[in-house]
Design a binder for this molecule. Structure first.
Ligand code: AMP
Length: 402
C-alpha cells in the first residue's frame, strides 16, 4: 500500500509518499507560499525521475493538494500511475486536546473535535483542517487518518499535567500541560526500548532538540512527563522561544517597553531563546560558529546562549530522573540532538554526578542511530534519528488495515 503523509501549515504543505511494503519514501515535496504566489518542489525519490520546481498559483490548500496529486501521477515526474494507487492519507495534526490519545480515522466527529481544539492550537489546527478538507475533496473515499502531536503525552498522570493555578481554569478551559513532538518522542523512545533489549519497566528520557525542543520522561513505553505545556512555549529554551520563564516578566516587560500582552507574547515566541540571548541567529549552527569565533563581537553572548540551552536540557533530564526513579537511557534526537557533539558532551558533563558518561569518539558521529555510552556509565546514551513521518505512515496503514 502507498500512504501519503501530509503536514499542512498555514501557508505550506509538506508531503511524503511511502511504499509501506518497503517503508521507503517514493516521493516527497513541499508546496509553499499558498495564498501568496505559490511554489512547488516535488522530488521523486526511487524511480530516477527529475525534480520539479516552479512557481504556480495556489490560492488555497485545495490547489496545493491538486498540484501535489498532479505531480505524483504525472508521466514526467510521477511515481504512481493513478490516484487509485494511494491507499490512504495520514495527516499530522498539532493539537488533539484531551480527546485523542491515539491516531484515528477521520470522520465528521473527528473534524468537529479538531475544530474544538482550535483555541489550544490557533495557528496549526486550522491549517491542519484545511489540509484534511482539501484531501477529502480531491480523493473522495480514500481513508484519511489524523496523527496528533499531543497524543503520546496523554498518559501523563494528573499531578504532572496540572498547573498550580485556580482549578476552575482547567475545568472551564482545559488549561493543563499537553506536550508536543509526541510522534517523535514515541518513535525514539520505542527505538531506545528496543536497544535496551525490551527491558521491562524501562526508564527512558528523550531529548528532541531541534528548532523547537522538548524533553520527555517515558516509563515502560508511556509518557509520564514532558517539558512543553499548554503550548510549545514552555520548557527548555529553543531557537526563538523563551521556554519557561518567570511569568511576572510578561507584565514587567510590557510596562517597561510599552508593549501589549500580544506583543510580549510575540517576543517570547519569536525573538527569544537562542536568538534572543545571542543576538546572532535562531539557527544553532550559526550560534555555535559565532561562539567559536573570538573575533566576533557577539561571541560571548553566543556561548552564553548555548550554555543556557545545554544547562536547561541537563536540568530537565535531572528532574526526569526524579520522575522515573533513575534512567536506563537518555536519547538525543532532531536537528541539534542528532548533529551537535558539543550539546551531547555538555549535557553528559552536567549529569556526570548521576553516572552518565559518553564515549567522546562515538559522540563525534552525526545523524546516525548509535550507542554513544561511555565506559562505566550507569545510563545508556543513544543518538536516534527521529522519523515522525514513518510513525504517521505506520499508524495510517495500521488503522486502514484494522
Ligand atoms: P529541526 O527543527 O529538527 O530541523 O532542527 C533544526 C536545528 O538543528 C537548527 O537550529 C539547526 O541549526 C540545528 N542543526 C542542524 N544540523 C546541525 C549541526 N550539524 N550542528 C549543529 N546544529 C545543527
Amino acid at each position: 500500500m502507498n500512504v501519503l503523509i501530509i503536514n499542512a501549515g498555514s501557508s505550506s504543505l509538506k508531503y511524503q509518499l511511502f511504499d509501506m511494503e518497503s517503508e521507503q519514501i517514493v516521493a516527497k515535496g513541499l508546496a509553499e507560499r499558498i495564498g501568496i504566489d505559490g511554489h512547488l518542489k516535488h522530488t521523486p525519490v526511487t524511480n530516477g525521475k527529475p525534480v520539479f520546481e516552479a512557481n504556480q498559483p495556489m490560492p488555497t490548500h485545495s490547489e496545493a493538494i491538486a498540484a501535489v496529486l498532479d505531480k505524483l501521477t504525472s508521466a514526467e515526474y510521477g511515481v504512481v500511475s493513478s490516484l487509485t494507487e494511494i491507499g490512504a492519507v495520514g495527516h499530522r495534526v498539532l493539537h488533539g486536546g484531551q480527546k485523542f490519545s491515539k491516531s484515528v480515522l477521520i470522520d465528521d466527529a473527528v473534524i468537529a473535535a479538531v475544530e474544538e481544539c482550535i483555541p489550544l492550537g490557533p495557528l496549526h489546527n486550522p491549517a491542519n483542517l484545511m489540509g484534511i478538507r482539501a484531501c477529502q475533496a480531491a480523493m473522495p473515499g480514500v481513508p484519511q487518518i489524523a496523527v496528533f502531536d499531543t497524543a503520546f503525552h496523554q498518559t501523563m498522570p494528573e499531578f504532572a499535567y496540572t498547573y498550580a493555578i485556580p482549578y476552575k481554569y482547567y475545568e472551564k478551559y482545559n488549561i493543563r500541560r499537553y506536550g508536543f513532538h509526541g510522534t517523535s518522542h514515541r518513535y525514539v523512545s520505542a527505538e531506545a526500548i528496543r536497544l535496551l533489549g525490551n527491558k521491562p519497566n524501562s526508564r527512558v528520557i528523550t531529548c528532541h532538540c531541534g528548532n523547537g525542543a522538548s524533553i520527555a520522561a517515558v516509563k515502560d513505553g508511556k509518557c509520564v512527563d514532558t517539558s512543553m505545556g499548554l503550548t510549545p512555549l514552555e520548557g527548555v529554551p529553543m531557537g526563538t522561544r523563551s521556554g519557561s520563564i518567570d511569568p511576572a516578566i510578561i507584565e514587567f516587560v510590557a510596562n517597561l517597553e510599552g508593549l501589549t500582552r500580544q506583543e510580549v507574547f510575540e517576543v517570547l515566541n519569536k525573538k527569544s531563546g537562542i536568538l534572543g540571548v545571542s543576538g546572532v541567529s535562531s539557527d544553532f549552527r550559526d550560534v555555535e560558529a559565532a561562539a567559536n569565533d573570538s573575533e566576533n563581537p557577539l561571541s560571548h553572548r553566543a556561548q552564553l546562549a548555548l550554555d543556557v540551552f545545554r544547562y536547561n536540557v541537563a536540568k530537565y533530564i535531572g528532574s526526569y530522573m526524579v520522575t522515573l526513579g533513575g534512567a536506563d537511557a537518555i536519547v538525543f534526537t532532531a536537528g541539534l540532538g542528532e548533529n551537535s557533539p558539543e550539546l551531547r558532551q555538555s549535557v553528559a558533563d552536567w549529569l556526570s554526578g548521576f553516572g552518565v558518561r559518553i564515549d567522546s569518539e562515538k559522540n563525534k558521529l552525526r545523524g546516525k542511530l548509535v550507542d554513544i555510552t561511555g565506559e562505566g556509565s550507569t545510563v545508556k546514551v543513544f543518538i536516534i534519528p527521529t522519523n515522525e513521518e514513518l510513525v504517521i505512515a505506520r499508524d495510517t496503514k495500521a488503522i486502514v488495515e484494522g
